[in-house]
Design a protein around this ligand. Sequence first.
Ligand code: FE2
Ligand code: FE2
Length: 304
Amino acid sequence: MLSANPQQGLEAAAQMPWLIQIDDLEQSDQDRYREVWLHEARVAWLCAGLAREIGCSNAGCLEMFRAGRFHDVGKLEMPHEVLFKPCALTADEKLAIEGHTRRGAEILLRGGDPVPRGIIDAVLHHHERYDGSGYAGLRGEALPFSARMVALADVYDALRTSRSYKRAMAEGDTLSLMTRPERGFGRHIFDPVLLRSFVRMRLRRTRMAIPDTQRAALADFAASDPQQDVPADALVTFHPGYRILWAEVRGKRGPAAAVLSNGDIRDIPGGYGIGAAGAAWALPAAHDRQVRATCTVEPAASAA
Ligand SMILES: [Fe+2]
Ligand SMILES: [Fe+2]
């Protein structure tokens, strides 16, 4: 289970047999790839916090911690001089870097131990964007839930961290940029419900770091209706109170879980459930098929 102490949490995560091999791999390159390792550790804690914010169980939070912890593991097999190149990348180098998602999934799977599907999904798809502007163009609710969570934490941490070519952004500026309504970079690239939960979490945890006017605007955004950010042509609608995640397994479609307006996720009696670990993505237990989760308006009586 998650520990309040980061070091204890990392040690607990490293006790898993399939994680030890990855840690060995990372240990040998820890100095060379220190920036990646530290980024992953910060993203891990952000993911665990976000999972807690939306009501995941302890097991779900721990799974999201691991998803964040290993989301960029594929970068450890990228040439160091390309990964940390201080100037613009060539088209080939860019392509090689983008391959870190697939390489990461391969690294996790080659140990032979079973790795939770939500972690693999997050590693593979954390550069996809809700509006379809990511690496492979997956969009909306077709994106695995765990990948949407890691994407948020990943972008946030990248903005908040200084690099040889850029300075770190302030907390308020970062959240304002991530939630701006303009097309392109802004709120449209993130899951509308998760983004609001993330902002709510950061506002609570960083009481002193954000100027009052910025804080008020962000609080308004966090309390706003996520429906307004869903593209008109997307297969997603939000009920004012909650949305339903639909699952399709072996051709049979049914409700998987309800996401309440405060971000809480609830099982629906008789529904497919929300995954063996109690996490938030709509993968029914005991089925290996990727579920297409869409959201539709449902009568209130359907939600538990
Ligand atoms: Fe990445
Ligand atoms: Fe990353």
